[in-house]
Design a protein around this ligand. Structure first.
Ligand SMILES: NC(=O)C1=CN([C@@H]2O[C@H](COP(=O)(O)OP(=O)(O)OC[C@H]3O[C@@H](n4cnc5c(N)ncnc54)[C@H](OP(=O)(O)O)[C@@H]3O)[C@@H](O)[C@H]2O)[C@@H](O)CC1
Ligand SMILES: Nc1ncnc2c1ncn2[C@@H]1O[C@H](COP(=O)(O)OP(=O)(O)O)[C@@H](O)[C@H]1O
Ligand SMILES: [K+]
Length: 514
């Protein structure tokens, strides 16, 4: 699914109105109807007080449409106009008049703190104060209202975006953003929904289609792509009857040092589980018996050193090389890493200590073969690209880094983001259960194993991150977050593949619609 900027959405809005020959009021009616349907399906007539806080722009206009429809269906609705300015958008005014036709309880005008209503925990708050038109940080009593709503225990439903959040700009004041329990966003999710500093304000979200112009949506280059099951299905390369292990490549995993052989076991196993034809582990001598006994399927080449890597030599042409997991930063290991980078024609995955070696030896960055895949967690990324002031600056710096060195950078975390040049691919799988040592090693093995099966660098990254996260989700479903260990993620890679083609069960309301 594409992620568009606020500017692109306004453009889509304009084009839709022109091409479909509808009014902007009709588009707002569509948007409001979708929100109403969502609420009505869930509330089913329950007479709980629904308090709708409307700003004075089109987000407020949406709130008024929802308010009118709820009133028409007999709900207990209280509409407030948050008078942050005396201006009103055209469609706000149209819908302000319309709501007055359906109720005697006219919207209450709020001008300051003394107008804040008492809110009970069982009430529902609908936040329609600001949408994607926010152009400055909320201040004064409006900020206090947002804080007041945040303090309430009532369920908070944000329309389009929680008020105070920019759709694709950095957060200015964490105290001036509505903390929604659920967000209903129009047509495409917004970039801020996926970044660590802002995602928590959104909580859960649903995307509501409002019929924006298909051609615009299909042909416009988005600011990011969300990767879910639908996209992942398209990445999958089916196997052919006469394929053989040679077809799926020979993966080389260069990893481990004394006390860190687990990293080698995990990454070697996951390369096999994701489907590599053959996997050779290159490890220090101390790892020989460990690999041979834990993964009999793997071949092993050992370094001449017992405890760390000093000279990585091999007598075959690997289809892909994954390097860095648990290798340490010994001087001779640094030299060995530098030397292996001379294999310009082999795709690389560079992780963990190999990333730290690069950070400490920045001159080595220009040695990276084109399209190498770097898999930093935020700490490793900081060492690579320097500090950032906010998530947006982090993304911009990572894009520049990716462009400069012609590499793929995978920023790991919740909503792992793959950065390729100026393109962003945001993953939707994974969970906090994966915050456990070794789950990154598993990811490196997965991506290297995909590379060796012929997936290109971008596909291997985005598909690998998806499958790894999905395996983690399946593991968490069986074990609970706390108990998940990296090995469980690997054990469920097979389920993650199988799940790609399992049809989602329809919810009762979806089945009713069919
Ligand atoms: N595009 C689409 O696809 C569709 C969009 N739709 C809906 O429209 C929404 C966007 O509406 P919008 O453009 O009218 O902007 P909105 O968010 O209501 O706020 C702007 C108003 O707030 C004001 N203001 C801003 N910041 C402020 C601050 N800090 N403190 C105080 N005031 C502040 C600003 O005032 P000004 O700067 O002019 O003083 C302006 O008046 C969108 O999110 C969605 O819900 C759907 O209906 C249909 C399809
Ligand atoms: N809260 C989370 N949600 C989703 N994925 C997560 C979460 N925490 C960690 N992960 C995933 O787990 C992996 C952790 O990698 P990393 O920090 O390198 O671990 P290690 O170095 O111990 O192997 C990454 O793929 C990351 O995206
Ligand atoms: K809002």
């Amino acid at each position: 699914m594409k992620i568009f900027s606020a500017e692109q959405l306004y453009e889509a809005d304009k084009i839709t109105i022109e091409k479909q020959q509808i009014t902007s009021e009709a588009l707002m009616e569509r948007a409001g109807t979708q929100i109403f349907n969502w609420l009505h399906q869930r509330l089913n007539g329950t007479p709980v007080p629904i308090r709708i806080f409307c700003g004075i722009g089109n987000n407020g206009g949406d709130g008024l449409v929802v308010g009118r429809m709820l009133i028409e269906h007999g709900y207990n609705v209280i509409v407030y106009v948050v008078n942050c300015s005396d201006k009103r958008s055209k469609n706000f005014l149209i819908n302000y008049d319309k709501i007055k036709n359906v109720t005697k309880k006219w919207p209450l005008l709020m001008k300051g703190e003394s107008d804040f209503p008492e809110i009970n925990p069982e009430d529902i708050i609908v936040d329609a104060i600001f949408g994607i038109g926010l152009n400055r940080c909320p201040g004064g009593w409006v900020k206090k209202l947002i804080q007041y709503l945040n303090e309430s225990k009532a369920f908070k439903l944000a329309i389009d975006i929680p008020s105070g959040l920019y759709s694709n700009l950095p957060l200015e004041d964490t105290e001036a953003v509505l903390k929604a329990n659920h967000t209903l966003t129009f047509q495409t999710p917004k970039l801020s929904f996926f970044l660590p500093e802002t995602a928590s304000f959104v909580s859960n979200f649903d995307v509501l289609e409002i019929g924006l112009d298909i051609e615009f949506l299909q042909t416009t280059e988005p600011i990011g792509q969300l990767i879910s099951k639908l996209e992942a299905q398209r990445f999958y390369k089916p196997r052919e009857k006469f394929d053989h292990k040679g077809t799926y490549g020979h993966t080389l995993i260069v990893s481990g040092s004394y006390g860190k052989m687990g990293a080698a076991v995990l990454s070697t196993t996951s390369a096999y589980r994701i489907g590599a034809g053959m996997v050779t582990a290159f490890v220090p001598k101390c790892g020989y018996a460990i690999i041979q006994t834990t993964i009999p399927e793997a071949m092993v080449i050992t370094d001449k050193e017992d405890d760390y890597l000093s000279n990585i030599s091999f007598d075959f042409e690997p289809s892909a090389i994954g390097i860095g997991m648990g290798i340490g930063k010994n001087d001779t290991t640094v030299a060995a890493f530098k030397k292996i980078l001379q294999n310009k024609d082999i795709p690389f995955v560079i992780d963990a200590d190999a990333l730290n070696i690069l950070s400490e030896n920045k001159a080595m960055l220009k040695l990276l073969p084109k399209n190498s895949i770097l898999t930093p967690h935020p700490g490793e990324l900081k060492r690579l690209i320097g500090e950032w002031k906010n998530d947006y600056e982090k993304l911009e710096k990572t894009k520049k880094f990716s462009e400069k060195y012609e590499v793929v950078v995978i920023i790991k975390g919740a909503y792992t983001i793959t950065v390729y040049g100026d393109k962003l691919y945001i993953n939707t799988t994974g969970n906090p259960g994966m915050g456990t040592a070794g789950s990154g090693d598993a990811l490196s093995g997965v991506i290297t194993g995909l590379l060796s099966q012929g997936y290109d660098a971008l596909l291997a990254s985005v598909f690998g991150v998806y499958l790894h996260g999905r395996a983690g989700d399946i593991a968490a479903g069986q074990l609970g977050y706390e108990a998940v260990m990296a090995g469980d993620v690997i054990d469920n890679l097979s389920e993650a593949y199988l799940d790609l083609f399992v049809r989602e069960e329809l919810s009762s309301e979806e089945s009713a619609e069919k």
